[in-house]
Design a protein around this ligand. Structure first.
Ligand SMILES: [Zn+2]
Length: 439
């Protein structure tokens, strides 16, 4: 077991003004400190109510040329360089505030963000960091030739091979990521583009802020830029920069070795998705399998004081524990005496999926009740998204029902991610949304 590393945030707010790559608009970006377990969130100061977007892979929207995240109709484009700098310089929690939909492109590298973070300072917080430890090799592969392999390692390492058209400019670099190595070897590496790729965009006026001051343009054998190359292998270094930024969307620090061949935003994002999926499954499995008795949970009587549901519609036997304010685990034992087995289906009893959704909604309601700490408002189940039924549930099974609060807007709206687990396997999952109304 490694010594615990602690989460970090910025010492103070700091900002700078520059040009947005795609719109060519002037943009001011400011980074602010944030509390533990907050992660990195973008905030659009130019929009009404200043909406925030979590820098999480669930919010990934597009990966063409740059990485775009969004929630609802709100978007933030080209997030990878600022995210790479925050992660690599050791910042776990921060708000990135902007007055348009894209950070300043700067010189096309992560250097301006490293400078910004150094001006703000980095300060430790009281909670340990959360890691994703690679246990087994994982990989993603694309028809374009992009291949990313993630191997177990006790450090975060990246080995990358970059190759241009016809294997022109083939470059390789392998390093362990630390703040000082990032600052020296990776942060100054600028964006590079192939002339054939950007010409149509220039014609359509889609990269108004683009110039030889913030990108290296490769045309045939020629390398065009205002400033000479900063490294002989600047391209592979920038590819590593983009990998770091895109994988920051995992929301945890990775302990593992990324081996990347011809990576791009699409393949990076796909790997981030695979890691997040694996992490979600692990979290759902991490609850205790033995059922504790005592103060940490709620017995049936206490559950019935919170939930108005009664037989045959009460789908929670007992709450076995809370983890912090945002997580709950409850159980429901399924017996052949459940009324729904009479008709679902005679001779072949299978628990209806909708009853599992109901169980998840009831468990989530208990969590929200504990959270609002008031009985004058009541949570109404509004919608279910991403509902998946993975395995059948039979009489004799005990369902472990997990709910985690993923988003809350004041006392008005809450979103939860829920899982039903039987014998260490996820049998169903859903994202459930609630709204609160006065009783
Ligand atoms: Zn980039």
């Amino acid at each position: 077991m490694a010594t615990p590393e602690f989460q970090q945030t910025l010492g103070k707010a700091a900002g700078f003004t520059g040009t947005a790559l795609h719109t060519g608009e002037k943009v001011t970006l400011k980074v602010h400190p944030a509390p533990v377990d907050h992660g990195i969130k973008f905030s659009r100061k130019d929009l009404q109510d200043e909406p925030t977007i979590d820098a999480k892979i669930e919010n990934l929207k597009t990966v063409e040329r740059a990485t775009t995240i969004g929630e609802g109709t709100v978007r933030v484009h080209t997030v990878e360089h600022v995210l790479a700098a925050l992660l690599a310089m050791g910042v776990d929690n921060a708000i990135v505030e902007m007055d348009t939909n894209e950070p300043p492109i700067g010189d096309g590298s992560a250097q301006p963000y490293v400078d910004l973070i150094k001006r703000a300072g980095v300060t430790p917080q009281e909670e340990p960091r959360k890691f994703f430890d690679v246990r087994e090799p994982m990989h993603v592969e694309f028809k374009t030739g992009a291949l990313l392999v993630l191997l177990p390692d006790d450090k975060f390492r990246i080995s990358c091979t970059q190759a241009g058209p016809n294997n022109q400019f083939t470059q390789f670099l392998s390093l362990e990521l630390t703040p000082s190595i990032f600052e020296r070897e990776i942060a100054p590496a600028r964006t590079f583009v192939f002339y054939e790729d950007v010409q149509p965009l220039m014609d359509k006026n889609l990269i108004k802020g683009g110039s030889l001051e913030n990108a290296i343009v490769v045309r045939g054998e020629a390398v065009l830029s205002k400033e000479p190359l900063r490294f002989a292998d600047e391209f592979v270094r920038h590819k590593i920069l983009d990998i770091i930024g895109d994988l920051a969307l995992v929301g945890r620090r990775i302990r593992g070795h990324v081996v990347a061949i011809k990576p791009g935003h699409a393949s990076n994002a796909e790997l981030a998705r695979a890691i997040a999926r694996e992490q979600t499954q692990r979290s759902a499995m991490s609850a205790p399998r033995a059922i504790p008795i005592g103060d940490s949970g709620l017995d049936t009587g206490e559950v019935m004081k919170i939930l108005p549901h009664r037989y045959p519609f009460l789908m929670v036997d007992r709450v076995i524990g809370f983890e912090g304010e945002n997580k709950i685990t409850a159980i429901k034992s399924i017996t052949i005496n459940e009324p729904f087995f009479q008709g679902h289906f005679p001779g072949h009893p299978v628990m209806p999926g909708v009853m599992q959704v109901e169980a998840m909604a009831q468990v989530a309601s208990i969590l929200l009740f504990k959270l609002t700490k008031t009985s004058s408002r009541v949570g109404y189940f509004m919608s279910a998204d991403q509902v998946k039924f993975r395995k059948p549930v039979f009489p004799g099974d005990t369902i472990f029902i997990h709910a985690e609060l993923t988003r809350a807007r004041g006392n008005r709206m809450a979103k939860t991610k829920c899982y039903c687990v039987v014998n260490d396997a996820i049998v169903s999952e859903a994202e459930l949304m609630f709204t609160f109304l006065d009783k």
